[in-house]
Design a binder for this molecule. Structure first.
Ligand SMILES: NC(=O)c1ccc[n+]([C@@H]2O[C@H](COP(=O)([O-])OP(=O)(O)OC[C@H]3O[C@@H](n4cnc5c(N)ncnc54)[C@H](O)[C@@H]3O)[C@@H](O)[C@H]2O)c1
Length: 248
C-alpha cells in the first residue's frame, strides 16, 4: 500500500446499488475495496462483474445487524490494506407492505435491526479506525422515504428518517476527529429490494418521479463525491438523488 491509496468498505455490496458503487469506486484511481454482504450468492456476481485492472478487492460475509461482524469487516480492511478511508453503509431491507396496526412487531424490529442498527454498527466500527487516523468519510444510504410519507411502508420510512438524523448527529460528534458523515437519499430505482413484486408495482411510483424511475448508476455520482476530497467541507448532509420525486 502507498500513502496515496484509498480504502473503501461497502456493506450490502452484493445488491444492485452496492454493485454499481463497487464498479464506480474501484475504477477511480488508487482505490482498494472491501466488499461485504450477508449473502454469498449476491456478493460473488458483484466481484465477478468488476472491471479488470482496477484496484484490489477483498470480500467478506457479514450481517450488518451484528456489531461483531461489522467490526470484522473493518478489521479486515486494516489487516489487508492498513487503513479505512471510506465506509459506505449501504445494506438495507424493505418492510412488508401494510398499515401500521397490521404490521407485526417482528417486521418493525427487523427493519430497525438492519436499516438503523446496521448504520449504527457501521459508524461504531469505522470510527474505531478513523479517529486514530484523524480522517474518514462515512456515507449512509438513507432514502427519500425518510423525507416523505409512503403509505403502507411505515417501518421503512421511519428507519430511513432515523438514518438521516443519525448521519447529522454523527457528523457533529466526529467533526473534530476529522471524520465526515453524510447520507444519500435515493428515489426509486429497480433493484433486488423489489424482488417478488410484479414489475407493474413500480409503475405507480414511477409516475411520481418527474424524471421517471432511476437506475443504480444514477446514484453513484453522489457517493463518488462524498468519498472524494471534493466533499471535504460537506458533512451532516442528506443528498437527495430522486429524479424530482420530493420536489412538488
Ligand atoms: N432500490 C430503491 O429504490 C432504493 C431507494 C432508496 C434507497 N434504497 C436503499 O439502497 C440500499 C441498497 O438497496 P438496493 O436497492 O440495492 O437493494 P438490494 O436488495 O439489491 O441490495 C441490498 C443488499 O443488502 C444486503 N443485505 C440485506 N440485509 C443485510 C444484512 N442484514 N447484512 C448485510 N447485508 C444485507 C442484501 O443481501 C443485498 O445484497 C438499501 O439501503 C435501500 O434501502 C433503495
Amino acid at each position: 500500500m502507498t500513502v496515496n491509496r484509498r480504502v473503501i468498505a461497502i456493506t450490502g455490496a452484493g445488491g444492485t446499488l452496492g454493485a454499481a458503487l463497487a464498479t464506480q469506486l474501484v475504477s477511480e484511481a488508487g482505490t482498494d475495496l472491501v466488499l461485504s454482504d450477508f449473502s454469498e450468492a449476491s456478493l460473488a456476481p458483484t466481484v465477478n462483474g468488476l472491471p479488470a485492472a482496477a484496484g484490489e478487492v477483498a470480500t467478506m460475509l457479514a450481517d450488518v445487524s451484528e456489531i461483531e461482524q461489522v467490526e470484522a469487516v473493518v478489521a479486515h480492511a486494516v489487516e489487508r490494506f492498513g487503513r479505512l478511508d471510506v465506509l459506505v453503509s449501504n445494506a438495507g431491507i424493505l418492510s412488508p407492505n401494510g398499515r401500521i396496526h397490521n404490521l407485526a412487531t417482528e417486521d418493525w424490529e427487523r427493519a430497525f435491526r438492519v436499516n438503523v442498527m446496521g448504520a449504527v454498527n457501521g459508524i461504531k466500527a469505522a470510527v474505531g479506525v478513523m479517529r486514530p487516523q484523524k480522517s474518514g468519510s462515512i456515507i449512509l444510504t438513507a432514502s427519500v422515504s425518510g423525507l416523505t410519507a409512503w403509505s403502507h411502508a411505515a417501518p421503512y420510512c421511519a428507519t430511513k428518517a432515523a438514518v438521516i438524523q443519525l448521519a447529522k448527529v454523527a457528523a457533529v460528534e466526529y467533526a473534530r476527529d476529522g471524520i465526515r458523515v453524510n447520507c444519500v437519499c435515493p428515489g426509486t430505482f429497480r433493484s433486488g429490494i423489489h424482488e417478488g413484486l410484479p414489475p407493474e408495482a413500480l409503475d405507480a411510483i414511477a409516475v411520481k418521479h418527474p424524471l421517471g424511475l432511476g437506475t443504480a448508476s444514477d446514484m453513484v455520482g453522489a457517493y463518488s463525491y462524498l468519498a472524494s476530497d471534493a466533499s471535504r467541507w460537506t458533512t451532516g448532509s442528506a443528498i437527495v438523488v430522486d429524479g424530482g420525486y420530493s420536489a412538488p
